[in-house]
Design a binder for this molecule. Structure first.
Ligand code: TYD
Length: 135
């Protein structure tokens, strides 16, 4: 069953015709209301992004262009997901460690976030994250 504590891929509806494709993210596609949108671009292929978890922020990550890999870790299990479709969003609930790497040339990583930027709700230390999810 899908719950909001479950990491999952969200299919983003698209309209396709001979002129190309158009993807739409409306309120009911996401399990949260969007507060902030940011994107990573011009990322060197050997770059490593993320390396943190959030106490409050939920997010959806989309490979708008190109591809990259996202490691997700709930403190017990770790898995790697390749994102390479602009119609696929990876939903990441709170308290999940994420790392993003292996960016292809020209990759654009779009992040839809449920909160405004607040450094205080980041967990940037892996041991602290492990302790937080254990407790
Ligand atoms: P960082 O969290 O290291 O990015 P990533 O998770 O993609 O590796 O953020 C890089 C810098 O940008 C850091 O100084 C914080 C700043 N930043 C903002 O000012 N606002 C934002 O919304 C985000 C996500 C980051």
């Amino acid at each position: 069953m899908k719950t909001d504590s479950e990491i999952r891929l969200i299919e983003i509806p698209k309209v396709h015709d001979k002129r190309g494709s158009l993807a739409v993210i409306e309120k009911d596609v996401l399990p949260f209301e969007i507060k902030r949108v940011y994107y990573l671009f011009d990322v060197p292929s050997d770059s490593f992004r993320g390396g943190h978890a959030h106490k409050e922020q939920e997010s959806v990550i989309i490979a708008l262009s190109g591809s990259f890999e996202v490691v997700i870790d709930n403190g017990k299990m770790r898995k790697k997901i390749m994102l390479n479709k602009p119609t696929q969003g990876l939903y990441i609930p709170t308290n999940i460690w994420r790392e993003i790497d292996n960016f292809s040339s020209g990759a654009v990583c779009l992040v839809l976030a449920s909160t405004n930027y607040n450094e205080a709700e980041y967990i940037r230390d892996y041991d602290q994250f492990k302790n937080q999810v254990k407790g």
